[in-house]
Design a binder for this molecule. Sequence first.
Ligand SMILES: NC(=O)c1ccc[n+]([C@@H]2O[C@H](COP(=O)([O-])OP(=O)(O)OC[C@H]3O[C@@H](n4cnc5c(N)ncnc54)[C@H](OP(=O)(O)O)[C@@H]3O)[C@@H](O)[C@H]2O)c1
Length: 381
Amino acid sequence: MTQPATTGLQLHSLIKDSGELELSLRQVPVAEPAADEVIIRVEAAPLNPSDFNLLFGAADMKTAKASGTAEFPVVTATVPAAAMPAMQGRLNQSMPVGNEGAGVVVKAGQSPEAQALLGKTVATFGGEMYSQYRCAKAAQCVALPADCTAADGAAIFVNPLTAVCMVDVMRKEGHKALVHTVAASNLGQMLIKLCQKENISLVNIVRSQAQVDLLKEMGAEWVCNSSSPNFIQDLTQAIAATGATLVFDPIGGGDLLTQVMAIMEQSLIKAEPYSRYGSATRKQAYLYGVLDRSPTTIRLNFGLAFGISGWLLTHYMQTLSASERAQMQAYVLANLKTVFAGHYTREVSLAEALHLDEIAIYSQRATGGKYLINPSKGLSA
Ligand SMILES: NC(=O)c1ccc[n+]([C@@H]2O[C@H](COP(=O)([O-])OP(=O)(O)OC[C@H]3O[C@@H](n4cnc5c(N)ncnc54)[C@H](OP(=O)(O)O)[C@@H]3O)[C@@H](O)[C@H]2O)c1
């Protein structure tokens, strides 16, 4: 087994109180693992929208400038003054980035649990994954099946578990079907395959005909295009047919949520005795992202039996028992190459991830445009 070097590269994000974002690579010491820890040589870590929050903060990346060297590039950008109050909690702290990833265990502490992982390809989460080497608790590592590469297992936590938890929410809250508003996303495509496997009715909302075609090709039954003149009609038909009373929305801004809830209400009141308070059946919306930062417009035209809440995977997982969490993780692993297979448009090194032309592409969060960082690419072990 090749021993790790004593130092390794790590991608950092720093917002200074002067209002400047600085992205850089740092050479940091590789920790000596404690008895219950392992050192992972990271080979794959996705650039998920949730990583952008820490990576870019509130910086306006249109102002980004490159400096530094080819080996140690530096990117700076301006954080608008109006956004600085929201950055107070992280000012002047250089923060390592990367929520999840996978790689090979190259060193292990003395505990049997840690030793059992030596030489295995494992996935883990908890931050700092855009690092050449990552020290992790053995208990927080998932050994990947023998036929899986680090790239196959790099993203087994955030999106797969979110899709599984959405279905869990639906079942526990007693909804018959669900609506998802960014259905062509990586997560949206996993949810389609999961609902097909579990025989669950899913109403998919997308925003272009190309995305309709993509999802129809996957066998999705209900796909409604918000940019089509027939959108309201199509959504009304899909909600009436499925009986969906739950919506997960990562867009946030605009009035799509109100449209969906109003159509649910109209569908419900047709089947219930008249009440001046609207339908007594609860409609639930979970806002689980902020892809559109414009104001969220809510018109209360869907009765009074409703809930609108924020939703975060980490918070939801904390409400589950250890055995539920273990079952979900096992389900994801068993279906890793099918339902939860991730697709990446490009694999970049840590230095390449800081090229302005690459940032301009991956920061668009476009359908099918997900990047994978390989912190070991082009570096000797
Ligand atoms: N709360 C949680 O715990 C949690 C967990 C996992 C994921 N998420 C969220 O889930 C979302 C999807 O993640 P992902 O990794 O699947 O993303 P992804 O594969 O990178 O895809 C992003 C998708 O968002 C669409 N999009 C971007 N801006 C949009 C806008 N303003 N209005 C409508 N659609 C827009 C893109 O469509 P176009 O190609 O048309 O731009 C694309 O289909 C992200 O917002 C992420 O933060 C949240």
